[in-house]
Structure formats: structure tokens, C-alpha cells
Design a protein around this ligand. Structure first.
Ligand code: ADP
Ligand code: ZN
Length: 220
């Protein structure tokens, strides 16, 4: 299958990719964000080109992303198993470019209420001792020992909630506004082709394999 996974930050694209992988184990999961981060780590030419945009939280220029995706989609694994594109297309130019490269079976649109997104992203923290991940609003440790203080369920260490400095409410609102502005024409494009499949992503982990299959339009 040739799928595009689409949705706001915090919608759980990573989680849903994992669930799709259980049904389609061989499908290449192609995340443009991951590819950029890998290239940044290895200090490749592509990584250096992308760095300043990523650091500023801006989109990498279309031609850079489009060339990279075109190259990736020409590989043998894609010819054999299709793809699960994650993080691309993000703009109308990227959408048109993808149309020229290939046709997709569906765009899976993960939908989530803005207030829930904010809780998910702004509430997350982890145990400094063992790394266990929690959420102040949706998944706090069981044993509260004070205001915003708990004992870690896993290792028993004391944990205090602290907002990550790059996760302020203001910065998040801005990211969500940017997402919505870019998303609108992309969604309209695929809607006109009847290729949108909407998934309520409040609780995708509760979805059965059958529900995931029907959500992505997998037959057989
Ligand atoms: P986010 O952290 O916003 O969920 P990703 O992990 O998907 O984003 O990508 C990290 C960064 O890589 C983005 O902020 C952006 O600079 C760049 N990037 C990823 N995909 C694209 C794309 N399709 N177009 C432009 N830039 C992209
Ligand atoms: Zn712990």
C-alpha cells in the first residue's frame, strides 16, 4: 500500500505507524523528520542544509525535501512494498510533487482536539533515574507525594514535574497554527480526490487490528 500519515504534532503519528507496521510489517516507514535528524547526526551535506531551519522550528525548503523524498521513493523496498510516508507532504508544493512522483492509496488523517494535544505535549515528563515516561494530565505516576511530585512507578525514585523549556504553551500554539495553515490546502487537495481516511486519534491504542485495517482501507 502507498499511504500518507497526516496530522498535527502530538496526534500520535509514531504510535499509529507502529500499529500499521503490525499489519504491514514490510512497509517502509519513511519519516522526513527522522531522515533529517539522521543526516544532522552524521553531518551530511543534506543535514547541514536542513540544520538552520530545523533549529528555528521552520520547514526545510520544498525543493530540498522533495528531492530527498523522490530519491527515497525510487528505492527497491518501495517498489516491492509501497510506503508509509510520515511528515510529507506538508505543503501544497510538496503535494503536487508527490502527485508527479506517484499516486497514493490514501491519506490517513489523524484528528485530535486542540486541548488534548496541548495536554499531551505540555504534560509530558520522565523519571530522571530510569527514563519511564509519564504525563501530568493523562498518565501520572500512581503514588503522589505532593504538588506535582510523585514516586516513580517503575523504580521508586522521587520525581518532580518540570515544564520542558522548548514546550511552552506559546510555542506550541504557534506550531499548531503553522500546521493548520499548511494542512488546509493539502487536505483540500486529497479530499477532492476522495483519498482522505479520518481516524480519531484520542485513543488509537485501543483499536483492534481489524479496526486499523478498515481505517487504512486494507483489504485481504
Ligand atoms: P515535528 O517535530 O514538527 O513533529 P518532524 O519530526 O516531522 O517535525 O520534523 C522535524 C523537522 O524536520 C521539522 O521541524 C522541519 O524543519 C523538517 N521537516 C520534516 N519534514 C518536512 C517537510 N515535509 N517539509 C519541510 N520540512 C520538514
Ligand atoms: Zn524511575
Amino acid at each position: 500500500m502507498k499511504l500518507v500519515l497526516f496530522g498535527p504534532p502530538g496526534a500520535g503519528k509514531g504510535t499509529f505507524s507502529g500499529q500499521i507496521k503490525k499489519i504491514l510489517p514490510d512497509i517502509p516507514h519513511i519519516s522526513t523528520g527522522d531522515i533529517f535528524r539522521e543526516n544532522l547526526k552524521k553531518q551530511t551535506e543534506l543535514g547541514l542544509k536542513a540544520k538552520k531551519y530545523m533549529d528555528a522550528g521552520e520547514l526545510v525548503p520544498d525543493e530540498v525535501v522533495i528531492d530527498m523524498v523522490r530519491d527515497r521513493l525510487s528505492k527497491d523496498d518501495v517498489k516491492q512494498h509501497g510506503f508509509l510516508l510520515d511528515g510529507f507532504p506538508r505543503t501544497i508544493e510538496q503535494t503536487k510533487a508527490l502527485d508527479e512522483i506517484t499516486s497514493i492509496d490514501a491519506l490517513i488523517l489523524l484528528e485530535l482536539d486542540r486541548e488534548i494535544i496541548k495536554k499531551r505535549i505540555l504534560g509530558r515528563f520522565s523519571c530522571p533515574e530510569c527514563g519511564e515516561i509519564y504525563n501530568k494530565y493523562t498518565l501520572p505516576p500512581k503514588d503522589a507525594i505532593g504538588e506535582d511530585k510523585w514516586k516513580c512507578d517503575k523504580c521508586g525514585a522521587g520525581i518532580e514535574f518540570a515544564q520542558r523549556s522548548d514546550d511552552t504553551e506559546e510555542a506550541l500554539e504557534k506550531r499548531l497554527d503553522v500546521y493548520e495553515k499548511n494542512a488546509e490546502p493539502v487536505i483540500a487537495h486529497y479530499k477532492s480526490k476522495n483519498l482522505i481516511r479520518t481516524v480519531d486519534s484520542t485513543d488509537t491504542l485501543k483499536m483492534s487490528e481489524e479496526e486499523i485495517k478498515s481505517a487504512i482501507g486494507y483489504k485481504r
